[in-house]
Every structure is written in C-alpha cells, then in structure tokens.
Ligand binder design. Structure first.
Ligand SMILES: CC(C)(COP(=O)(O)OP(=O)(O)OC[C@H]1O[C@@H](n2cnc3c(N)ncnc32)[C@H](O)[C@@H]1OP(=O)(O)O)[C@@H](O)C(=O)NCCC(=O)NCCS
Ligand SMILES: CC(=O)OP(=O)(O)O
Length: 330
C-alpha cells in the first residue's frame, strides 16, 4: 500500500463519513465493504437485495443494506427527482421508474443528505455512473464544469512526487477545447492541493509536441490552453505544450524545454483529450503496475466517484477513502 493511500485511510478514519455503494451485486464491492467496515474507514450504505448480499458470506456487520426496489424512500426520492428535473419534462412516474436504477437511487441518497458521498463503477460504465451524477448533483457552486482525475502511484519511481502523479482528464470530457482544457488544468491543480501533502503541484499540459516542435491544430490547442491557464492563474506552476518525457524526466526536460520552470519535474499531467488520458492511465497502471485511484470527479457539487470495471477490491477501498476525505472538506 502506498504512503498516499495510508494517508487517505488515516484521514478518513479521523472523521467517519457515510458513503453509499450502489453495486451490492458486485463481489469486489462487497469484499471492499468488509475491509472498510473492519478498519473503520467509513460508514456504509450498500444497495441491493439483502438475501443476495448475505449469500456472499462476508462480514458486513454495521452496514445499512437498502433495496432500492422495495425501500420506503422510493416515493419521496421520486417526487424530489421529478421536481429537480421538471424543466427537463420529467414526470413523477418517470422518476419513480428511475428509482429501480440503483445509481439514480444512490445519487438521491446523496442529494437528500442520507449519505455524504457515493462510489460506483465496478460493474457500470463511466457514462452510466456520471449521467445521474451530473443530472442530479450538478456542478459545484463557482465551478464551470465537471471533469475527472486519477491519482497514480508508480512503485519504485522517483519521478513526479516520489512516483505519485495526478492524471486529468482520463474519464469524462471527451474532446475538450482550449477553454475547457484550461479549466481541467485549474481544477487538477486544486485537486492536488486538496489531497496531496508534501509537494506543490507542478502542472504539465501534455502534447505530442514540446514548445512548438510540431506545428498543427492539436499542439496549438494545448499551447492556447496553457496560455489561458497562465492568464487566469499567473502564480500557478504550469507549462506547455510539453511531451510526456519532457514533462517528467529532468534531463529530457532540460534538453527539449530548457527555459521551462515545469519541464522535468511535473506531477500533475493534463492530457489533451480522453483518448490520450484513458489510454495513458491504463498503460501506467498495467505496465508499470501503478495503483490507479479514480476517476475522481472535480467540480461536482458532492463527492461522487467512479471506478474502472477492471478495478480490484483494494482499488475500491482507496476510492472510498478518497471520497470520505472529500466529504470531510465539503
Ligand atoms: C459524462 C457523459 C456521460 C455525459 O454525457 P451524455 O450522456 O451525453 O449526457 P448529456 O450530454 O445529456 O448530459 C447529461 C447532463 O450532464 C451535464 N453535463 C455533461 N457534461 C458535463 C460536464 N463536463 N460538466 C458538467 N455537466 C455536464 C449536461 O449539462 C446534462 O445536464 P442536464 O441534463 O441537467 O441538462 C459523457 O460526457 C460521456 O460519456 N463521457 C465519457 C465517459 C467515458 O466513456 N469515459 C471513458 C471511461 S472512464
Ligand atoms: C475509467 C475507465 O476507463 O473505466 P472503464 O474501464 O470501466 O471503462
């Protein structure tokens, strides 16, 4: 277990939060729940059929098990959801039907204050997790959009902050333009500050080009996003456009971008689009055997976080701990 995860777990335990896990039908989720309860990392609400959950044979003592299909909360949640989505034409009947969906039900638990946060995605696609989150919880006050990041812990690595990096956005924004890419970078820098102790964020805007070494629209988009971030946050340590090696390897940074204050020492990596981000994080996770926690949402009004369908029970424990820490800060 990385020092980062140790810190998240210790912080989560210091002021326990209630987190809802909608995927009570997923064995990794239940294994993670057993560990979270045993270690006192969070109080849990697990959604699903109580008989099926009991059949897993795990010790989930202390968890509140709620079946969305039979819960007495359905009617009230449906009424509230219909109110929230009235402008979109949602009727009470449609909202009640959505309460059969454990993700919509779980988001309503967060919206209505029954849980401080939610973690899902072990057996739902990111779109299926994020759509109800965006529709019900919405963008946080003061934020212009929601995006996501991963915390990556690369073993035996001195790059970044002793092998710890924040990668963004690997999960939500498909093709951000320069303005949205700049927002992602600003939010990623703030996310690093809120979760990582012991190192200042150093943000690289990644591209296939370093300081104009390639001239095309894609490289230009990243250069424009970098200029916008510098304009909006002049004090921020940010630079681009930079190739990955120039961003994180000191000698290569010195060769490719000698005047850059960021090249060679970046720990926050902002990818130009979701293809680069999603492929990039999975490469590091699978080939470098890095811990990968996320997608963690930034800019959303309540702590709701996604998982990869390829996650392990340990990954779920980590994301729940991060979610609990985010909930403490709300
Ligand atoms: C997240 C995602 C599902 C939302 O898009 P969608 O399903 O097409 O849904 P919509 O565009 O109708 O958006 C649904 C709501 O979310 C809001 N929304 C969408 N993107 C948003 C963003 N980045 N920030 C804030 N709100 C957003 C919309 O405004 C809309 O709100 P409304 O219904 O109240 O008007 C879509 O961006 C997506 O599929 N992203 C990629 C996910 C993925 O496959 N990742 C790879 C694996 S991690
Ligand atoms: C984050 C991600 O890539 O999710 P999944 O693997 O479930 O598509």
């Amino acid at each position: 277990m990385s020092a980062f995860l140790d810190t998240m777990i210790a912080q989560a335990k210091s002021d326990k939060q209630t987190i809802v896990l909608p995927e009570g039908n997923d064995i990794r989720t239940l294994q993670a729940a057993e560990k979270i309860l045993a270690e006192g990392i969070a109080d849990l609400i697990i959604l699903g059929n109580p008989d099926d959950i009991a059949a897993a044979g795990l010790n989930l003592e202390g968890a509140r098990i709620v079946n969305p299909l039979t819960s007495e909360l359905r009617e009230g949640f449906a009424e509230r959801l219909a109110e929230l989505r009235a402008k979109k034409g949602m009727t009470r009947e449609q909202a009640l039907e959505l309460m059969d969906n454990e993700l919509y039900f779980g988001m309503m638990m967060v919206k209505e204050g029954q849980a401080a946060g939610l973690v899902s995605g072990a057996c739902h696609s990111t779109g299926d997790v994020l759509r109800p989150a965006l529709q019900i919880l919405k963008t946080a006050p003061g934020a212009s959009m929601v995006s996501s990041f991963f915390i990556m812990n690369v073993p035996d690595c001195e790059l970044g902050h002793k092998g710890t990096f924040l990668f963004s956005d690997c999960g939500l924004e498909v093709q951000p333009d320069a303005e949205r890419l700049a927002q992602i970078a600003l939010n990623a820098e703030a996310a690093w500050r809120s979760l990582i102790d012991g190192a200042e964020p150093v943000v690289a805007m990644l591209s296939h080009s370093s300081y104009g070494s390639a001239a095309n629209d894609d490289a230009d988009k990243v250069a424009r996003a970098t200029a916008l971030v510098k304009e909006l946050a002049p004090e921020m340590a940010v630079d681009g456009e930079l190739q990955l090696d120039a961003a994180i390897v000191p000698e290569i940074g010195a060769a490719k971008a000698p005047a850059s204050p960021v090249a060679g020492r970046a720990n926050v990596l902002v990818f130009p689009d979701i293809d680069a981000g999603n492929i990039g994080y999975k490469l590091v996770q699978r080939l470098a055997k890095a811990e990968a926690y996320g997608p963690i949402l930034q800019g959303i009004a309540a702590p709701v976080n996604d998982l990869s369908r390829g996650c392990s029970a340990e990954d779920i424990v980590g994301v729940v701990a991060i979610t609990a820490v985010q909930a403490q800060e709300k």
